[in-house]
Design a protein around this ligand. Structure first.
Ligand code: ZN
Ligand code: ZN
Length: 465
């Protein structure tokens, strides 16, 4: 009876919907992957639980500090509880900088306090602070053009006005005010530097983040003003009188401290196939609880790997790298790249751009993987994700291993329009996570991983001609 019904159904399909007969599935697993994707999209709670747990039970967890050490223990317990294989910590030592007191006050001509946060690696003003005239530079290029020695005894102020972009590209364009501005100002003789926060919100929250001084350049005190305060300072300067600031930043270097990467695996059935590494970072800046940066990334990749495991053993091993210290100098990614340089890897992926929905996918694949690329694009299309012409670049924590082994890469690009409203501020907290968008991320990751981990062909791109 059943058989007859099935035959009748097949016959009526052929009669009335002939186009369906052409749609023989290219990939016998496509249906299973679609089901896994849709299950994650409609009901994953693993990713949110990771973000909720890490932000509640650990909170801020700057690399090299006791809080990061507690986060490592938390991560090991969580990954073991989720049933992953080979859960372990790989420790390393790193120089550690910690925040002290931080105040900024205009002393003339319009006395008032401003909201400031020290940048990572900032020098100290000492407890007495320093009171100096502001030298104003609308952009980082204006600072670069200042004559050597012209900033002697002054506090440089760079007000580089970042705009929001969906793909986050404005971070690359405006970030140098923070990344290298302090080093440039120090070399020109400045006593200190304050920058307009690298951010896109109008909350009175400064955005911290790392800066770096070249070897031989003595770090000067370096802070970020909240955006409303930076604009207020610009208006004071536009009145035409010299503006003086009293700045107190008392961070310290506490020397070499222990940090560590947490690794876990979904073990593959074919040990000869090079592995896939997927990364996030466990550490966060100290001002918020690091929900979007980057508990979300650890939640997304943790949940996706767990769902992958539920499909049965994949052919390739998928390794999770929850990097111990990214914010303060990519120490975790570098250590992973060194320790695993000789272990065969095929491909790397990373999630470190918040919890906004994935809108695009980029690849760095060999030409031979064109069919796989097509299957990934098809699996992502129902999630509203489109391929671009960009070449995937990976991310900070997989940068070293990609460079060492010239790996294939897939980037699932998240919408970053709002990311820099929160980035590195006290506002980076759990309530900013949109559960629906987080699930869409998990769905995109699991569909992509399921195809990659069961693909036996070459994933590394051909060497450049
Ligand atoms: Zn991050
Ligand atoms: Zn960050």
């Amino acid at each position: 009876m059943k058989k007859q019904t099935a035959l009748f159904a097949a016959a009526s399909t052929l009669l009335f919907m002939p186009s369906l007969t052409l749609a023989a599935p290219l990939d016998p697993k496509a249906d299973a992957i679609a089901a896994l994707r849709d299950k994650a999209l409609n009901g994953d709670d693993i990713a949110y639980n990771i973000v909720e747990g890490l932000t509640t039970e650990i909170g801020p967890r700057q690399g090299g500090t006791d809080a990061e050490a507690r986060a490592r223990i938390w991560a090991v317990n969580k990954l073991k509880a989720l049933g992953f294989d080979n859960v372990r910590v790989e420790e390393y030592q790193m120089p550690t900088w910690v925040r002290g007191e931080e105040t900024a006050e205009i002393t003339a001509p319009f006395p008032q306090k401003l909201a400031i946060a020290a940048l990572g690696n900032s020098g100290s003003t000492g407890d007495a602070g320093l009171d100096a005239e502001i030298a104003y530079f609308p952009t980082i290029d204006d600072l670069r053009a200042a004559p050597d020695g012209s900033l002697k005894g002054k506090i440089a102020f760079v007000s580089h006005n970042m705009k929001a972009t969906q793909d986050g590209s404005s971070y690359g364009a405006f970030g140098p005010a923070r990344f290298v501005g302090p080093n440039i100002a120090a070399k020109k003789g400045a006593a200190a530097i304050v920058i307009r926060s690298i951010g896109t919100d109008y909350h009175r929250n400064p955005h911290t983040g790392n800066t770096n001084f070249e070897p031989g350049v003595t770090p000067i005190p370096a802070g970020a003003l909240s955006i409303p305060d930076a604009e207020n300072l610009e208006r004071m300067i536009s009145r035409g009188k010299p503006v003086r600031m009293k700045l107190k930043l008392t961070p310290q270097n506490i020397g070499m401290q222990t940090s560590g990467n947490v690794l876990a695996e979904v073990k593959g059935s074919s040990p000869k196939l090079p592995i896939i590494v997927i990364a996030c970072h466990l550490d966060s800046w100290d001002l918020g609880t690091g929900a979007i940066d980057d508990a979300a990334g650890c939640g997304i990749i943790g949940a996706a790997a767990k769902h992958l495991k539920s499909m049965g053993q994949p052919k390739r091993t998928v390794r999770l790298l929850w990097a111990g210290a990214e914010e303060v100098g990519i120490w975790g990614g570098r250590d992973y790249g060194e320790k695993h340089a000789n272990e065969p890897h095929a491909l790397a992926m990373e999630s470190d751009f918040g919890a906004g929905k994935v809108w695009a996918v980029d690849f760095r694949f060999p030409a031979s993987a064109t069919g796989l690329r097509t299957r990934i694009i098809s699996a992502l299309a129902p999630l509203g994700i489109v391929p671009r012409r960009e070449i995937a670049g990976g991310g900070a924590d997989v940068g070293a291993i990609i460079a060492a082994q010239k790996l294939g890469i897939v980037d699932l690009q998240q919408d970053g329009t709002k990311y820099f409203d929160l980035h590195h501020t006290p506002d980076d907290t759990l309530d900013k996570i949109d559960k629906v968008e987080l699930r869409q991320n998990v769905a995109a990751w699991v569909a992509t991983l399921a195809l990659l981990a069961n693909y036996e062909g070459e994933l590394k791109p051909e060497p450049a001609q």
